[in-house]
Design a protein around this ligand. Sequence first.
Ligand code: URA
Length: 240
Amino acid sequence: MAKQLTVKFERMLQSQGFGSRRYCRQLIESGRVSVNGSKQTDPQRELVSENLQFTVDGTRWQYRDKVYLLLHKPIDYECSRNPQHYPSVLSLLPPQLQERGVQCVGRLDADTTGLLLLTDDGPWLHQLTHPKHHVPKRYLITLKHPCDESQLQALHEGVLLHGETEPCRAKNLEVRGERLLAMSIEQGKYHQVKRMLAAAGNRVEALHREQFGKLTLGDLAPGEWCYLDDAQTTLAEALE
Ligand code: URA
């Protein structure tokens, strides 16, 4: 039988973003934490981490070794820990997740909305953002000018962006309206979609990411987020 993984109570609480070890010890000793339904006050107790649930001041949490999140990024939020002009997307998350060091998987511009992944799993983040993995990201693009055939052709065949050596191609280009396009890109260069549309002779008025790999936003409203539980499966699917 596989050995069950255990974790010391105060360390477990610290790993989930509840503050320093000392502070977590105090939380436990003052009776504010329950584990799997019963109050536990010994901070040194070893707990089985699998399916571990706990409450802090009555709020329920599931123990997670790593967290994988899907957020519907609203307009006027920055994908940065140190935002310059707007609040950080991290401010949309509970403080415990911020404390865990969650980072954005790639960035969306402040005026771009839509699907954003976040995680505290460094290797996972690296795999998803590494150019060799070619994870397609799909965008819905509202244009300033009606899109004509020559622009579509340029996007399809590839446009050379300033400072780049290889042309960037739009995949699965779809015309959804006179000034509405959907397209996928596999790289994540700085302002890539906006620069591609500018290079094709148009201008992006609004940009929304609707898909990352196979992941979509589902019913999430702007500002809402959810855990991606089975993240390994999700990763495999995203990379397909
Ligand atoms: N391309 C852009 O130009 N901006 C984004 O936010 C994402 C892709």
